[in-house]
Design a protein around this ligand. Sequence first.
Ligand code: ZN
Length: 152
Amino acid sequence: MPASPVKEIDTGVRKLVTDMIETMYAAPGVGLAAPQIGVSRAVIVFDAQDEKGARVLINPELVESDGDYEYEEGCLSVPGHYWPITRPGYVRARGLNVEGETVEYFGEGLLGRVLQHEIDHLRGILLIERLEKKVRKQALKTLREEALGLEA
Ligand code: ZN
């Protein structure tokens, strides 16, 4: 289910952003989308491990993407798993910051990856759905076995 856009950046939204950043670092992870902590709102936070630290995008959208880049990608919602996923290597994402100003981030490498991954969460798309058919089948089998306690 897609997350609802934020209409007004009030104290509730600012509190949500603070909670998300704490949760992301505690995980630890490089990105988090609000639906991952049970809040169906279009908010993402990320830290691409650069000098910029934690950043936030409210109502983010991808406005440009280009290239192909394969990477072993994981997700805090399925801890401990990494699968090779091909996505565009370069993206431009636009959204609002906590002050309500429009901001744009150009992402290559890890930043581009995190932006696409977290925006997927807002659209209700999980990592598994990005896998190639064969890899997806195996991944689903592994996750099913884990859920049944067949594999530690
Ligand atoms: Zn994820």
